[in-house]
Design a binder for this molecule. Structure first.
Ligand code: CMC
Length: 437
């Protein structure tokens, strides 16, 4: 219903606190839950909104990704993830996330060319790697080297220039695989392999990781396609911890390279991107199907501190739609590589079956997430566990960058500055050291 004064039609939520009543506008998106705009809460009531972990807090409006956790639905710019994973390719999804629409042929060609042209790193950056210990975790190397990009590409750090923002976005998407592959090569003591612009995004990444100068290397197209699909599945996921970190870092006006380095640091944790590594380690530790009940029991025991890694999600209270595609991809990769009866896959499938029939997991709506099957797949392709979260970072870079750009271009954008419930000592006078009890 239209009105001359739109405010009259705006639904309101009413809150009474400390004898004061405040009406707050309820805003609707295109789909999904409404939000209550609490922006005037403090000014009008003197109270803050308290929500540790942001379980009920929307921090921004966004047009990029939509998740319906109850339905197990994930949409990028409206397109379901399973359609994108099967019918699209990673670069096309990158274009979609960045620009809002799928590219037509000339747009795709221009984008592909631009990404390809930015794959090389400034040669001086290669010397960064030798400053790290060989046994450094590649995510530690990623945090350092990606942060250092801002020391090299000064012509794309002005966040107020739209042209520079676009160049920075493209540089990050293009250079991240090169940085990641070099981190891997350094850790195994092999020479760096330069990017090859005649290969597509995922095939190029495979050759930078697995080719050596002394022998020919041919990329297996089935594996390249599988890796491309894995990248699509990880490309963006709405306001998750690392994306929110990138947005918060960017809200101060920090340059995009520094912001993405902050996102990488956040992704590293085992509750987030580090879960794929933790899930594979857990499956390896379980080892055989007969030990599963012991681990299920441990996961249900709160005093054990143990959780089933690759299980549960803050938003999905249904099967993670990415996990479904990942499980299929896992089977395809193992088949293509001729790996029969992979013991870890047997453990994973049986663990999933038992957990999904167990009251504890059913009641808490804990389902496998994307990390449950990704580790087995990546290991079969040849990546060591330490590289799993690095691959997640390579894929998520486009999501971080798209969300960062959207934030910078949002007229409502302000520096992110949460408040707190202070529970420390109230005002008291300083006592000189000799007079303290
Ligand atoms: N194993 C056993 N119990 C669990 C698990 C699990 N994996 N996950 C949640 N629970 C229990 C938890 O103990 C709690 O029980 P109660 O209500 O009795 O206290 C309840 O389920 C709700 O858990 P929560 O920790 O309050 O939920 P959250 O939304 O804060 O955490 C999560 C979500 C993903 C961090 C958590 O499920 C978890 O730690 N999972 C394992 C790590 C993992 O697989 N992470 C990858 C997430 S998907 C990839 C990504 O986006 O990064």
């Amino acid at each position: 219903m239209s009105s001359d004064n739109p405010k009259i039609d705006t639904p309101m939520a009413t809150l009474s606190v400390g004898g004061k009543t405040i009406d707050m506008p309820v805003r609707s998106g295109t789909v999904g839950p409404d939000v209550i705009d609490v922006g005037r809460l403090y000014k009008e009531t003197g109270c803050f909104n308290y929500d540790p972990g942001f379980t009920s807090t929307a921090n921004c409006s966004s047009k990029i990704t939509y998740i319906d956790g109850d339905a197990g639905m994930l949409l990028h710019r409206g397109y379901p993830i399973d359609q994108l994973a099967v019918q699209s390719n990673f670069l096309e999804v990158c274009f979609l996330l960045l620009n809002g629409e799928l590219p037509n042929e000339p747009e795709y060609e221009e984008f592909q060319l631009a990404i390809t042209r930015h794959t090389m790193l400034h040669e001086q950056m290669t010397r960064f790697y030798t400053g790290f210990r060989r046994d450094a975790h590649p995510m530690a190397v990623m945090c350092g080297v990606v942060g250092a990009l801002s020391a090299f590409y000064h012509d794309s750090t002005d966040i107020n220039d739209p042209e520079q923002r676009t160049i920075a976005a493209r540089r990050l998407i293009a250079k991240m695989p090169t940085i990641a592959a070099m981190a891997y090569k350094y850790s195994v003591g092999q020479p760096f392999i330069y990017p090859r612009n005649d290969l597509d995004f995922s095939a190029n990444f495979l050759q930078m990781c697995f080719a050596v100068p002394c022998a020919p290397y041919t990329v297996d197209p089935v594996i390249a396609r599988a890796l491309d699909r894995i990248f699509i599945l990880h490309a963006d996921h709405e306001q998750n911890a690392s994306t929110s970190t990138v947005r918060l870092a960017g809200s101060s006006g920090a340059n995009p390279f520094a912001c993405i380095a902050a996102g990488i640091a956040c992704l590293w944790g085992p509750a987030h991107g580090g879960a794929n590594e933790a899930a594979l380690n857990m499956l390896t530790e379980i080892g055989t199907v007969d030990r599963i009940p012991e681990y299920i029991k441990k996961a249900k025991d709160k005093t054990s501190g143990f959780r089933l890694m690759g299980f549960g999600h803050r938003v999905y209270k249904n099967y993670d739609p990415r996990a479904k595609v990942m499980q299929k991809t896992c089977h395809e990769v193992l088949d293509a590589l001729g790996i029969r009866n992979e013991p870890l896959l047997q453990v994973a499938m049986e663990l999933e079956r038992i957990a999904l029939e167990d009251d504890y997991f059913v009641e808490k709506k804990l389902y496998p997430n994307i990390d449950f099957y990704s580790g087995i797949t990546l290991r079969a392709i040849g990546f060591p566990v330490e590289m799993f979260t690095v691959l997640f970072a390579v894929a998520r870079t486009v999501g971080w960058v798209a969300q960062w750009k959207e934030m910078i271009e949002d007229p409502e954008q302000r520096i992110g500055r949460p408040r707190q419930l202070y529970i420390g000592a109230p005002l008291r006078d300083y006592v000189p050291r000799g007079q303290r009890g």
